[in-house]
Each structure stands twice: as structure tokens, then as C-alpha cells.
Design a binder for this molecule. Structure first.
Ligand SMILES: [Zn+2]
Ligand SMILES: [Zn+2]
Length: 260
């Protein structure tokens, strides 16, 4: 069955293509609802501020402008378009994140752990020189931080749960204990996990979460939200049918708003 919605799409308000191009791809793909979840951080840490400026992520400054754009674009399409965000999470910054989310009043928020100690876990070069023990420690901390994210109840959705797995240098350090710990956290939280297709057609070639992790969540009956994590129109068109098949294969119901 085709998916009717995709709640994890980027636009030029962070590192994706312009809103109208992404909307056109969503229409062509037969979607009924999409959510623009552009990257955003409200960190006070210098490394995070630098990264935000270097990559040109400014949704904390431009969310009102994007909201107006979504409103005007909504008048020209039958698609339901949600005004959302993918926030960088750090346990030390919960108060700042909470204040920002209250101010911006997005339709929903996705929370992500992208970096540990300022090291983006998707960048191989950050870990090439690290020892086995250091990588293990980092992956440990990644999963502890993910549990805090889920426990914080700040977000409707937790993104790409096993993000370090896409990075060869960090792959294989995650354990059944990590998966169980995260699954327990979802069990007691209203935050839902995503099935994320961001690397399913790339070198990594798997969904987040990968199968053993997915099984822990499914055993507990935790439902999933679909997300292609597309930054370009072609990614949306290509990933959506693969993601739909994954939901079908496991007879999963794709959770939609307002049930988030
Ligand atoms: Zn992300
Ligand atoms: Zn994303």
C-alpha cells in the first residue's frame, strides 16, 4: 500500500531544495500529507553555533518566514503541509529547546542526536583516528543521549535511532542492551520512533533502525512514523516506495497526525 504521508522532509530553510520543488515531488509521489522538518539548533555551545552558521541553518531566525511560505503554498495544492522542525538535542539544553519550541509553535517537532562532544556521528573523518575503546564509549554515550531525548518528552518523533550505524568507523558497537534501553524509554514516553529511509538507497543500504533494533521496538508494540529524510525531489520519489514496502512487509500501521 502506498504511504499517504511523510513527516521528515527538508527544504532550503536548512539543507534541502526549495519548498516548491519538494512539494511538487510529494504531489507526484501521491502523498496526501508532508511535514517540513528543517534542521535547527538553539545551542549556546560555540561548536554548534559555528556549525549552524557554516552550514547556513537559520530556522531559529526564519521559522516565521517559512510558516508564511507554507501557508501560501498550501493554497495552491491539495497536500496537507505541516510546519515542523528537526531539532538537535542535547540534555544540557532542554530548557532552551523547550522555550524555543513554545515560541515557534511548530505542528510537531522531531528530535535528533547528530553529535556527541561536538563530533557529528555521520562524519567518518571524526572517528578515523579514534581507538576501539573511544568509539565504544562514544556509541554508548550516543544511546544514553537518545534515551534522554525520549525521556524529555520534548518531541513527537525521535529520528534515525541508530544513526552511528551509517558510519563505518562506528558500526557494530551498538548492543542488544542499547536497543533494549531505548525500547524501554519509548515504552514510557509519548515520543514515537521513526522508520527513516535516509540511507536505504545509499552505501549503507538499511533503514534506521536496522532489523535487530527494530525487533526490540516491535516486540513492545511501539508504533512507527514514516520518514524519508529527503533533501531533494528525487530522494523523495525514490525512497517513498521502498519505505512503503517496509511498512507493508511488517504489517505496520504508519502513524499519522493528529495521533502523534
Ligand atoms: Zn537528522
Ligand atoms: Zn533529517
Amino acid at each position: 500500500m502506498p504511504l499517504s504521508h511523510d513527516y521528515h522532509i527538508h527544504s532550503n530553510y536548512s539543507d534541502g531544495r526549495p519548498l516548491p520543488f519538494m512539494i511538487a515531488a510529494a504531489e507526484e509521489s501521491g502523498l496526501e500529507a508532508i511535514g517540513f522538518s528543517d534542521h535547527c539548533n538553539v545551542s549556546e555551545r560555540e561548536a554548534m553555533i559555528e556549525a549552524k552558521h557554516e552550514y547556513g541553518f537559520a530556522l531559529d531566525l526564519t521559522y516565521e518566514r517559512r510558516w508564511q511560505a507554507i501557508r501560501s503554498l498550501s493554497e495552491r495544492t491539495d497536500l496537507e503541509i505541516y510546519d515542523a522542525v528537526e531539532m538537535d538535542y542535547d540534555p544540557a539544553e532542554e530548557a532552551r529547546i523547550r522555550d524555543f519550541l513554545a515560541e515557534a509553535a511548530f505542528d510537531y517537532a522531531i528530535g535528533s542526536v547528530h553529535a556527541i562532544d561536538g563530533h557529528n556521528v555521520q562524519v567518518s573523518a571524526n572517528f578515523a583516528e579514534k581507538s576501539d575503546a573511544e568509539c565504544r564509549e562514544l556509541v554508548d554515550r550516543y544511546y544514553e543521549t537518545l534515551v534522554s531525548l525520549i525521556d524529555s518528552e520534548l518531541f513527537a518523533i525521535a529520528a534515525h535511532l541508530d544513526l552511528p550505524e551509517r558510519t563505518p568507523e562506528l558500526r557494530g558497537y551498538a548492543t542488544e542492551e542499547h536497543y533494549a534501553m531505548v525500547a524501554d524509554a519509548f515504552d514510557r514516553s509519548s515520543t514515537l520512533p521513526e522508520i527513516n529511509a535516509g540511507r536505504v538507497l545509499d552505501d549503507y543500504g538499511d533503514f534506521h533502525p536496522a532489523r535487530p533494533f527494530f525487533e526490540h521496538l516491535r516486540e513492545r508494540g511501539i508504533p512507527f512514523v514514516p520518514g524519508t529524510d529527503s533533501h531533494r525531489p528525487a530522494e523523495l520519489r525514490d525512497r517513498l516506495p521502498v519505505l512503503a514496502e517496509e511498512f507493508d512487509d511488517h504489517a505496520l500501521e504508519a502513524i499519522r497526525l493528529p495521533d502523534l
